[in-house]
Design a protein. Structure first.
Length: 332
């Protein structure tokens, strides 16, 4: 694929953000050469930041060619992407979604476009490597990069390039995005997986490229991590309810964690009730010990704790959504 071919299409690069003052300017400066290289438009969609993010975005837009700033009163990422496409999409061929909380190779956007043109894919997704700095964040990164934390998800672990059902959203053909109605804005999390389900149902194809990937920085403390995965669990449940789908094996195993934890309280009546909880905790801590000894990773035991938080939060969020009578009525 030649450089001229990649430059022959127009790309809409969208950064949804909320309180990302620390990350936004370095990210925009990193993407700035790409705007000219790919004849691209950059849109920062701010969800009501209170940390100065919007002021930074406006200052950058005054000096960076083809950069715009939009307000996102709905705050969530799905609404931000939809708003950007509604405002600028008609003038562009591809949408590239950039997370403010990530780091990208210099040729990231170009590789995505090249793969889309070479394969004819309607969406190109990537693997995501998680990196941390502080002790808890490093441990969480190790957990999210491991089978214990990601269940073997290919967009977490990486794989050879292949046609896929789902992956970390990177590039989307705007005509396909509009044809299936964009993201469902009732989803505050898991909107990407729900979108991919509808994309496949409509006959479009998703390509996972191994030629590039992105780096993500996880939550740096326990409570934000719990909230994040609680939201992921709720989103997955909404997806299954909406489409009358069944969870896969990778979801079934962590799905049982919250009921197992709740059942452990019955140990006051019979010790047998605590056995499933003890086995789960022992398996997690055992994996952490293996990371510490087998991989010589000093963060292994703490990574096991992060994984347990993720498992429990995801399961609790899933059951919270599944047992909500209002949600079942909405998708009846």
């Amino acid at each position: 694929m030649t450089a001229d071919a990649a430059a022959s299409v127009r790309c809409l690069i969208v950064i949804p953000c909320l309180n990302e003052a620390r990350y936004l300017e370095p990210l925009v400066r990193h993407l700035e050469p790409t705007l000219c290289d790919l004849n691209a438009t950059l849109v920062v969609v701010d969800g009501g930041s209170t940390d100065g993010t919007r002021d930074i975005a406006r200052r950058l837009a005054a000096s960076v060619p083809n950069m715009h700033v939009l307000d996102n009163p709905k705050r969530i990422q799905s609404a931000a992407i939809n708003l950007a496409v509604a405002t600028f999409g008609v003038e562009h061929d591809y949408l590239i979604r950039i997370d403010a909380h990530g780091t990208y190779p210099d040729d990231y956007c170009r590789v995505l476009v090249e793969d889309a043109l070479e394969t004819g894919a309607d969406s190109v997704v990537v693997a995501m490597q998680t990196v941390g700095f502080g002790a808890f964040q490093k441990a969480t990164a190790f957990a999210q990069n491991s089978v214990l934390g990601n269940g073997g998800a290919k967009h977490r672990a990486g794989a050879e390039s292949h046609w896929a059902d789902h992956g970390h959203h990177a590039l989307m053909r705007i005509s396909a995005f509009r044809a299936v109605g964009g993201y469902d804005e009732t989803f505050t999390a898991n909107e990407d997986a729900e979108y991919d389900y509808r994309l496949h149902q409509a006959g479009y194809r998703v390509w996972m490229t191994a030629r590039t990937s992105m780096v993500y920085y996880p939550r740096s403390s326990a409570l934000p991590l719990f909230r994040q995965y609680f939201g992921y669990g709720r989103g997955r449940a909404r997806n299954l309810l909406k489409h009358r789908a069944r969870p896969g094996l990778r979801q079934l195993l962590p799905l049982m964690v919250a009921p197992v934890a709740a059942g452990a309280f019955l140990a006051a009546i019979t010790w047998i009730a605590a056995v499933p909880f003890v086995l789960w905790a022992a398996a997690c801590m055992g994996y952490g010990a293996w990371m510490a000894l087998g991989e010589r990773n000093p963060y292994g035991p703490l990574a096991a704790v992060s994984a347990m938080i993720m498992h429990f939060a995801w399961s609790a969020g899933f059951w919270r959504e599944l047992l909500d009578i209002r949600q079942r009525r909405a998708f009846a």
